[in-house]
Ligand binder design. Structure first.
Ligand code: ADP
Ligand code: MG
Length: 306
């Protein structure tokens, strides 16, 4: 005798996909590293949305999961769970061939250690040429494009120098040119200014802003230096493998015509409605395990449970 037919409840009405219009979407991203008996949760359900054409800084203390996030987005590492999409590429379900294509064409990546981005025995021009050779770009196009990129990054005069003959800032500009060789839509840079002094670091950020504005490349740059939020319009903070807050900068015009920059900090609410209250707020009001929430006409209050 056959089993009675199962009846399924009606499916819930479709909700719009999280970040459907965004270029980069991470949703509840988890990355667990297993080293022997120890499990490290480098990402613990991270949500992030980046729109096409944005330049976003991701800041966080050492060990907060920044490099893990970028190596997943760059297609070098795979997440344990969650969803990650860049453009039309699904970073979880991608085949090996697609992964190679993605890394070669879709995204550019500047790694954390300055030296690992460059080849010691090649000139700047040869290094920018290399990824284009791998992508079978015609010789004439390659020559023109590598010079154009080096010029745009302010290192046109360094085209025939090898890494040893370049300053730290010049090396990073060349590394950015190399990352942009195959015209990716997105540039990922992991602490590109970590080994540079402040003035040089500001210059390298300026070069990335030019790339963002002039080439329309979406830029995601990771750093442990919170002061970079003064140099980008949007800064996302990650703490313990999760996005915790955002700072947005915008230019406001006063009645007398003066313009000034306003930076506002926002807490990030995840898909389940969770918000992290900063430690100094919690300490100031002794907020501990339980708090009182109240809905007001245009805001929500949080009070200590006393
Ligand atoms: P950040 O770049 O913000 O300094 P990482 O993404 O490098 O942080 O690391 C996040 C956490 O994951 C850290 O606790 C780190 O020790 C751990 N981790 C990173 N890579 C590995 C790995 N390959 N094996 C084990 N643990 C790792
Ligand atoms: Mg790192």
């Amino acid at each position: 005798m056959s089993a009675p037919p199962l009846s399924f409840p009606a499916p819930p009405p479709p909700t719009p996909e999280f970040g459907a219009d965004a270029l980069i979407v991470c949703e509840s991203l988890v990355r667990i590293y297993q080293s022997g008996p120890i499990e490290v949760q480098a990402l613990q359900g991270l949500d992030l949305i980046v729109d096409s054409g944005e330049m976003v800084a991701v800041v966080g203390a050492s060990g907060s999961g920044k490099s893990t996030l970028l190596s997943i987005l760059a297609g070098i590492d795979a997440p344990t769970a969650g969803r990650a999409r860049v453009d039309k590429w699904d970073l979880l379900g991608m085949s090996r061939t697609d992964r190679v294509r993605y890394r070669r064409k879709a995204v550019g990546f500047v790694r954390q250690q300055t030296a690992s981005n460059l080849v010691p025995y090649l000139t700047a021009r040869q290094m920018v040429d290399l990824p284009m050779t791998a992508a079978r770009v015609a010789t004439g196009v390659r020559r023109e494009r590598s010079l154009e990129l080096l010029r745009m990054l302010g290192v046109g005069d360094c085209a025939d120098r090898r890494p040893g003959q370049l300053s730290g800032g010049q090396q990073q500009r060349v590394a950015i040119a190399v990352a942009l060789a195959n015209e990716p839509r997105v540039l990922f840079a992991d602490e590109p200014t970590g080994e540079l002094d402040t003035a040089t670091s500001v210059e390298v950020f300026g070069a990335m802003r030019d790339v963002n504005r002039e080439l329309g490349v979406t830029v995601v740059v990771v750093t442990h230096d919170p002061s970079v939020s003064g140099q980008v319009e949007r800064t996302v903070a990650i703490r313990d493998g999760r996005t915790s807050s955002e700072v947005l900068r915008r230019t406001a015009t006063a009645d007398n015509g003066d313009t000034h920059v306003i930076a506002e900090e926002y807490a990030v609410m995840d898909r389940a409605g969770r918000v992290q209250i900063p430690r100094d707020y919690r300490e100031a009001l002794a907020l501990t395990r339980r708090v009182r929430l109240a809905l007001e006409p245009d805001h929500v209050t949080i009070r200590p449970d006393a």
